[in-house]
Design a protein around this ligand. Structure first.
Ligand code: TYM
Length: 337
């Protein structure tokens, strides 16, 4: 086993493209952390089906998400990059965790409350309700020490910690209790049209969502139309200038420059220039990623071979933890014939 600390994270293949919040809030950190950690990155297709998906599109989006991980810099030979449903232990451990999760504590998950409110009671499924216990299973199966995510996932990782501690105290030491890792400045990228709301793949309108795989002209239009304010000053002030502050955060991360240096450069020049600068930086970063994604998708058999190989590596770790958890709760092992 590697002596590096174990890291786990994942993304849903719930759209054709990732959005810039996924890229900044998660992928960029993953890329840096894979150097120093024994990293596991999954494409969480079992989570994606907690809301209705078109089956053919889900298969395609799963490949596309994998391709975007790799194109953005995840190295599938150094990190274990795989599809969640290829490792059956995830669903199996999730079931066990369901049995130690309180109905009340699952009901308090804000993502569940938001999503179920949006979908209406009739469309809300037991799967959506149990989403966080499946996420806890993902994390706990790998003896994970750190979980790098955006701010919206903090509560789920805290639930994971509670479940690990509860299981360990009820059934004996079984799981490593993970820590959440959130990069404060980029933990939440906001919608360009509504800078009070998180940018999201499932936003009702896509006018304020920047997609990694969009044509540069489409992205440029969205950035040029981003909501700002009447004040005119290029200054970071989250409270009073949320739109401009969001653009500055995105610009600063994508250009690897401090917010201060951007404020200095654009002082007295107005929002139009700031936006034009951002358009260039985004096009410069996403252009090569788009090309690489096309290359990878041009050879789906090779991509799937790689995912299968990594799933095997993941399963060999996950199966050991699952067996420990099954034994802990007292499930009778099936003996070999
Ligand atoms: P998902 O697919 O919604 O998002 C993937 C990652 O992107 C981050 N993110 C953002 N960060 C900053 N600003 C935004 N606007 C923004 N939008 C999304 C998310 O915080 C996340 O890190 N439940 C998870 C997937 C998951 C998982 C796991 C994560 C399943 N099992 C185990 C970690 C460990 C999710 O819905 O991600």
């Amino acid at each position: 086993m590697s002596s590096k600390p174990r890291l786990y994270s994942g993304m849903q293949p719930s759209a054709e493209s990732l959005q810039i919040g996924n890229y900044i809030g998660a992928l960029l950190n993953w890329k840096a952390l894979q150097q120093t950690h024994d990293a596991y990155f999954s494409i969480v297709d079992l989570h994606a089906i907690t809301v209705a998906q078109d089956p053919a599109l889900l298969r395609e989006n799963t490949r596309r998400t994998a391709a975007q991980y790799i194109a953005a810099g995840i190295d599938p030979s150094a990190s274990t990059l795989y599809v969640q449903s290829h490792v059956p232990a995830h669903a199996q451990l999730a079931w066990v965790l369901n049995t130690i999760t309180g109905f009340g504590e699952a009901s308090r998950m804000t993502q569940f409350k938001d999503k179920s409110a949006r979908q209406g009671t009739d469309a809300t499924t037991v799967g959506l309700f149990a989403y966080p216990t499946l996420m806890a299973a993902d994390i706990l199966l790998y003896d994970t020490q750190i979980v790098p995510v955006g701010e919206d996932q903090r509560q789920h990782v805290e639930l994971t910690r509670d479940l690990a501690e509860r299981f360990n105290s009820r059934f004996g030491p079984t799981f490593t209790v993970p820590e959440v890792s959130i990069v404060r400045d980029t933990a939440k990228i906001y919608d360009l049209q509504n800078p009070a709301a998180k940018m999201s793949k499932s936003a009702e309108s896509h006018a304020g969502v920047i997609w990694v795989l969009d044509e540069p002209s489409v992205t440029a239009k969205k950035i040029m139309r981003a909501v700002t304010d009447a004040d005119g000053g290029v200054v970071f002030d989250r409270e009073n200038k949320p739109g401009v502050s969001n653009l500055l955060t995105i610009y600063s991360v994508m250009a690897e420059r401090s917010v201060q240096s951007l404020e200095d450069e654009y002082a007295g020049r107005g929002y139009g220039d700031l936006k034009k600068g951002l358009v260039e930086v985004v096009a410069g970063t996403f252009g090569p990623i788009r090309e690489r994604v096309q290359e990878l998708l041009g050879d789906p058999a090779e991509l799937e071979r790689l995912l299968a190989h990594n799933a095997e590596r993941a399963a060999s770790v996950a199966d050991v933890t699952l067996a420990r958890a099954y034994a802990g709760v007292g499930l009778l092992p099936r003996t070999s014939q």
